[in-house]
Design a binder for this molecule. Structure first.
Ligand SMILES: [Zn+2]
Length: 162
Protein backbone atom coordinates (compact mmCIF):
# COMPACT_ATOMS: atom_id res chain seq x y z
CA UNK A 1 0.00 0.00 0.00
CA UNK A 2 1.20 3.45 -0.83
CA UNK A 3 1.66 5.60 2.19
CA UNK A 4 0.12 8.99 1.73
CA UNK A 5 1.58 12.06 3.26
CA UNK A 6 -0.52 14.32 5.43
CA UNK A 7 -1.31 16.83 2.74
CA UNK A 8 -2.42 14.23 0.25
CA UNK A 9 -4.64 12.62 2.87
CA UNK A 10 -6.23 15.97 3.70
CA UNK A 11 -6.81 16.69 0.05
CA UNK A 12 -8.56 13.37 -0.50
CA UNK A 13 -10.66 13.86 2.58
CA UNK A 14 -11.75 17.30 1.40
CA UNK A 15 -12.62 15.95 -2.04
CA UNK A 16 -14.71 13.16 -0.63
CA UNK A 17 -16.48 15.65 1.66
CA UNK A 18 -17.20 17.86 -1.31
CA UNK A 19 -18.62 14.93 -3.28
CA UNK A 20 -20.75 13.91 -0.33
CA UNK A 21 -22.07 17.45 0.06
CA UNK A 22 -22.89 17.79 -3.65
CA UNK A 23 -24.83 14.55 -3.54
CA UNK A 24 -26.80 15.32 -0.36
CA UNK A 25 -27.02 19.08 -0.66
CA UNK A 26 -30.77 19.47 -0.06
CA UNK A 27 -30.82 17.15 2.91
CA UNK A 28 -27.83 18.82 4.56
CA UNK A 29 -29.16 22.32 3.96
CA UNK A 30 -32.57 21.44 5.37
CA UNK A 31 -30.90 20.03 8.48
CA UNK A 32 -28.75 23.13 8.82
CA UNK A 33 -31.76 25.41 8.53
CA UNK A 34 -33.61 23.44 11.19
CA UNK A 35 -30.60 23.64 13.53
CA UNK A 36 -30.26 27.34 12.87
CA UNK A 37 -33.92 27.99 13.66
CA UNK A 38 -33.50 26.14 16.94
CA UNK A 39 -30.38 27.95 18.07
CA UNK A 40 -29.49 31.06 16.05
CA UNK A 41 -27.22 32.40 18.80
CA UNK A 42 -24.89 29.44 18.57
CA UNK A 43 -24.70 29.76 14.80
CA UNK A 44 -23.86 33.41 15.06
CA UNK A 45 -21.06 32.69 17.51
CA UNK A 46 -19.64 29.96 15.30
CA UNK A 47 -19.76 32.21 12.30
CA UNK A 48 -18.00 35.00 14.17
CA UNK A 49 -15.29 32.61 15.28
CA UNK A 50 -14.82 31.34 11.75
CA UNK A 51 -14.77 34.89 10.36
CA UNK A 52 -12.16 36.05 12.88
CA UNK A 53 -9.94 33.16 11.86
CA UNK A 54 -10.27 33.57 8.09
CA UNK A 55 -11.05 37.26 7.85
CA UNK A 56 -8.14 38.25 5.64
CA UNK A 57 -8.58 35.33 3.28
CA UNK A 58 -12.28 36.07 2.94
CA UNK A 59 -11.69 39.77 2.28
CA UNK A 60 -9.22 38.90 -0.47
CA UNK A 61 -11.66 36.44 -2.01
CA UNK A 62 -14.43 39.01 -1.94
CA UNK A 63 -12.24 41.68 -3.56
CA UNK A 64 -11.21 39.26 -6.27
CA UNK A 65 -14.85 38.40 -6.97
CA UNK A 66 -15.84 42.06 -7.10
CA UNK A 67 -12.96 42.84 -9.43
CA UNK A 68 -13.97 40.06 -11.83
CA UNK A 69 -17.59 41.20 -11.68
CA UNK A 70 -16.68 44.84 -12.30
CA UNK A 71 -14.49 43.89 -15.24
CA UNK A 72 -17.33 41.90 -16.80
CA UNK A 73 -19.73 44.82 -16.33
CA UNK A 74 -17.26 47.28 -17.86
CA UNK A 75 -16.76 44.99 -20.82
CA UNK A 76 -20.50 44.72 -21.42
CA UNK A 77 -20.81 48.51 -21.29
CA UNK A 78 -17.99 49.08 -23.77
CA UNK A 79 -14.88 49.62 -21.61
CA UNK A 80 -14.67 53.37 -22.24
CA UNK A 81 -16.27 56.70 -21.36
CA UNK A 82 -19.21 57.34 -23.68
CA UNK A 83 -18.54 61.09 -23.71
CA UNK A 84 -14.81 61.41 -24.27
CA UNK A 85 -13.54 57.90 -24.98
CA UNK A 86 -11.20 57.73 -21.98
CA UNK A 87 -10.45 54.05 -21.35
CA UNK A 88 -8.23 53.61 -18.28
CA UNK A 89 -10.42 51.37 -16.11
CA UNK A 90 -9.03 52.87 -12.89
CA UNK A 91 -11.00 56.09 -13.47
CA UNK A 92 -14.08 54.67 -15.17
CA UNK A 93 -17.41 54.69 -13.37
CA UNK A 94 -20.77 53.16 -14.02
CA UNK A 95 -23.35 55.88 -14.49
CA UNK A 96 -27.11 55.72 -14.31
CA UNK A 97 -28.35 57.61 -17.33
CA UNK A 98 -31.36 59.06 -15.47
CA UNK A 99 -29.49 59.60 -12.21
CA UNK A 100 -30.28 57.84 -8.94
CA UNK A 101 -27.18 55.65 -8.94
CA UNK A 102 -26.35 56.17 -5.29
CA UNK A 103 -29.92 55.40 -4.33
CA UNK A 104 -29.85 52.11 -6.19
CA UNK A 105 -26.46 51.19 -4.77
CA UNK A 106 -27.75 51.86 -1.27
CA UNK A 107 -30.94 49.92 -1.84
CA UNK A 108 -29.65 46.75 -3.45
CA UNK A 109 -25.87 46.99 -3.04
CA UNK A 110 -23.12 47.15 -5.60
CA UNK A 111 -22.92 43.42 -6.20
CA UNK A 112 -26.59 43.11 -7.08
CA UNK A 113 -26.38 46.17 -9.28
CA UNK A 114 -23.51 44.59 -11.21
CA UNK A 115 -25.41 41.35 -11.56
CA UNK A 116 -28.48 43.22 -12.75
CA UNK A 117 -26.39 44.87 -15.46
CA UNK A 118 -24.88 41.55 -16.50
CA UNK A 119 -28.27 39.88 -16.90
CA UNK A 120 -30.02 42.86 -18.44
CA UNK A 121 -31.04 42.79 -22.06
CA UNK A 122 -28.62 44.86 -24.18
CA UNK A 123 -31.38 47.00 -25.66
CA UNK A 124 -32.73 47.85 -22.23
CA UNK A 125 -29.25 48.34 -20.86
CA UNK A 126 -28.35 51.24 -23.17
CA UNK A 127 -31.22 53.27 -21.74
CA UNK A 128 -30.21 52.67 -18.13
CA UNK A 129 -26.47 52.44 -17.68
CA UNK A 130 -23.36 53.81 -19.32
CA UNK A 131 -19.69 54.25 -18.55
CA UNK A 132 -18.34 57.69 -17.77
CA UNK A 133 -14.84 58.65 -16.72
CA UNK A 134 -14.56 60.43 -13.37
CA UNK A 135 -14.26 63.84 -15.05
CA UNK A 136 -17.28 63.43 -17.31
CA UNK A 137 -19.25 61.97 -14.43
CA UNK A 138 -18.65 65.06 -12.27
CA UNK A 139 -19.48 67.36 -15.15
CA UNK A 140 -22.71 65.46 -15.75
CA UNK A 141 -23.53 65.70 -12.04
CA UNK A 142 -23.23 69.50 -12.29
CA UNK A 143 -25.34 69.58 -15.43
CA UNK A 144 -28.01 67.50 -13.77
CA UNK A 145 -27.69 69.57 -10.60
CA UNK A 146 -26.92 66.51 -8.53
CA UNK A 147 -23.98 68.04 -6.70
CA UNK A 148 -24.15 69.67 -3.32
CA UNK A 149 -22.64 73.14 -3.22
CA UNK A 150 -22.24 76.28 -5.30
CA UNK A 151 -20.98 77.02 -8.76
CA UNK A 152 -18.46 79.74 -9.57
CA UNK A 153 -21.19 82.39 -9.79
CA UNK A 154 -22.17 81.62 -6.22
CA UNK A 155 -25.57 80.11 -6.90
CA UNK A 156 -26.67 76.86 -5.41
CA UNK A 157 -25.97 73.94 -7.74
CA UNK A 158 -28.05 71.39 -5.94
CA UNK A 159 -31.67 70.73 -6.65
CA UNK A 160 -31.91 68.87 -3.34
CA UNK A 161 -30.87 71.67 -1.00
CA UNK A 162 -32.60 75.03 -1.39
ZN1 LIG B 1 -15.00 61.08 -20.13
Amino acid sequence: MVRLNREEKLKRKRESQRRYFAKNKDKINAKRRACHAKNPERFREQHQKWYRKYREREILKLRERQHVLRKAVMKKLGNKCVRCGFSDWRALQIDHIDGGGNKEKKEIGQDKMYRRILTMDEKKLVNHYQILCANCNWIKKHEMQETVGHNLEGTRTSKFIQ
